[in-house]
Design a protein around this ligand. Sequence first.
Ligand code: CP
Ligand code: NVA
Length: 329
Amino acid sequence: KTPRHFMSIDDLTPAEFSKLVLNASAHKKAAKYGGVPKHLNSTLTGQTVAMMFNKLSTRTRVSTEAAVAMMGGHPMFLGKNDIQLGVNESLLDTSRVISSMTSCMVARVGPHSDVTGLAKESSVPVINALSNDFHPLQIIADFLTIHESIPKGAAETGSIVPKGLKVAWVGDANNVLFDFAIACMKLGVHISVATPRGYGIPKEMSDLITSQAKSTETPGKLEQVYVPEEAVKDADILVTDTWISMGQEEETQKRLKDFAGFQITNELAKRGGAKPDWKFMHCLPRHKEEVDDGVFYSPRSLVFPEAENRLWAAVAALEGFVVNKGNIV
Ligand code: CP
Ligand code: NVA
């Protein structure tokens, strides 16, 4: 039987996405009160999770290794210089071999086709740990953070996020944004994206994002603008990410120039008219050009709980896709 893989938030129904966030939340609460949640203790005993990372990582690596350990399994880290994923051996061969000896492959790659290629040949679930197009584990953690941090509105509807939430994404339209926006569409969140001209969401990707409207009766709204202040207007949360994603290092000088004026600051939020109690999020690693210290280290900033939540996102994803074989309950 073909295993169920986790390539993008696009793979989940709105109910499944919400359930992963709620499961992550439940595990976190249980752990805060009594160590490793008992029911997770031995769910991966005797099993190995292969972590094939072609790019650097702090959060994704540590959270995945810690989650596997917490569940009683063995995380096996295979870096760029260990296995040369798709370089010295075809993806097909690597995938068949590694999946014959492990229970799951967690892969961080460049082209998204590398992770879907691995999945195609794998006899075990493959989890995308960041590709050039998507970062689903990050988005579970992000919505857990929103779920925990934003006071619920009076007209609460049973959703994991408050009704009428508006997010402003100011910066580069990248992998993290694409999955974030897909989640927004699924949960009825309004997301306004401000990028410099020429850096907007590619048409194929915005079509995929807006097509999510079909999956729910209460879809969110995607808006694209080129002026940061326009995106920020009435926003509850301001979000950004690096302007130079891994693999784009050669464009550094050009990007720094083109993104001038897109730094998130208290002044920008004020000028644009963000909600008075707006919050800030960033998946990290962070650089000062995209957000200044006045915001990043302020009480508005959710970045460190957001990073910690990566652990609980990894636990929930491993539980859903490996322990429960893709049955998200
Ligand atoms: N946010 C995130 O994925 O961080 P790392 O690149 O450190 O894993
Ligand atoms: N957009 C960034 C995210 C890193 C977690 C990158 O792809 O490098």
